[in-house]
Design a protein around this ligand. Structure first.
Ligand SMILES: Cc1ncc(C[n+]2csc(CCOP(=O)(O)OP(=O)(O)O)c2C)c(N)n1
Ligand SMILES: [Mg+2]
Length: 290
């Protein structure tokens, strides 16, 4: 796929995220919309995987540590061919394979159960260590939130991964500057994240998390680092693509259409406005059918 096609795929994934959350009547909007470009790059360009053979031993693994952004993972997996796209509309329904936080044993292709923040990096590091012991060439990609870095276990995992020179591990931090109740620098300042990860022994790359070339280059570069694990700090816009959601932490954990939020359309119009914006790429194309 060309990078332009990848950008369009990310936009389609954003539309599906809005639709599935509206259908569920609950769930997280900001993080999933912000990470659609990164997930598209991973599943359509970077990772070595087989959607029709999710347990393929030589696959690269994706550990979603910030489990609440799983709508973007489900939507990307469906478009990559893991399961039918129409199943996305079962999100959060009783008995569905697509729960509000991912469960490894429910849906083939999910590598770890998550939701409780802070555990995924340690799990990913352990898995990377085991792969190396087995002589595997597979890589592990671990996704974390920035607010999630407030969890102490993350920093233990960072030390352990660096100590063991886990160069087959790439962490991608969603640096969107929001968390559940506010902006990260107000709730718990993270300061200079690059310097912190570097001080813990990691190779650090900082990118614009909406720039397809930058995402793909950073992931490829991480494959060439041999002495340490790599962290990609991806600067993203929470709620990306839906103007009234962008940068606003109130959209961390609600879908369009549930509540009136200052600065947003009335709740009855939120879904329609969001989908129209995504379909017209924020007014960059004139009609939804162009
Ligand atoms: C151990 C734990 N504590 C609290 C929560 C509740 N919680 C879910 S998401 C979230 C905010 C995390 O911030 P960030 O990782 O930046 O996610 P974003 O808001 O950017 O999507 C919190 C506190 C949780 N899931 N797990
Ligand atoms: Mg965040």
């Amino acid at each position: 796929m060309t990078h332009r096609d990848l950008e369009l795929m990310a936009n389609t994934i954003r539309e599906d995220i809005v639709k599935m959350l509206v259908e569920a009547g609950s769930g997280h909007s900001a993080g999933p919309l912000g990470m659609a470009d990164v997930f598209t790059a991973l599943y359509f360009e970077v990772m070595n995987h087989r959607p029709k053979q999710p347990d393929w031993a030589e696959r690269d693994r994706l550990f979603l540590s910030n489990g609440h952004i799983v709508p973007v993972l489900y939507a990307t997996m469906a478009h990559a061919g893991y399961f039918p796209i129409k199943e996305l509309m079962t999100l959060r329904k009783f008995g569905s394979r697509l729960q509000g936080h991912p469960e490894r044993v429910r849906l083939p292709g999910i590598e770890t159960t998550s939701g409780p923040l802070g555990s995924g990096l340690s799990q990913a590091a352990g898995h990377a260590y085991a792969l190396r012991m087995n002589g595997s060439r597979s890589r592990v990609y671990c996704l974390t939130g920035d607010g999630e870095l407030d969890e102490g276990n993350i920093w233990e995992g960072m030390m352990w991964a660096a100590k063991n020179h886990l160069s087959n591990l790439t962490v991608i931090v969603d640096r969107n500057n929001i968390q559940i109740d506010g902006n990260t620098e107000i709730v718990m300042p993270l300061g200079d994240l690059s310097k912190k990860w570097a001080a813990f022994g990691w190779h650090v790359i900082e990118i614009d998390g909406h720039n397809m070339d930058a995402i793909i280059s950073a992931c490829n570069l991480s494959k060439a680092v041999t002495e340490s694990p790599t962290v990609i700090i991806a600067h993203t816009i929470p709620g990306k693509g839906v103007d009234y959601m962008e940068y606003d932490y109130h959209w961390h954990g609600i879908p369009a259409g549930l509540v009136d939020v200052p600065g947003a359309p009335k709740k009855a119009d939120q879904a329609k406005v969001a989908l129209h914006e995504l379909r017209t790429l924020g007014g960059r194309i004139r009609s939804e059918h162009e």
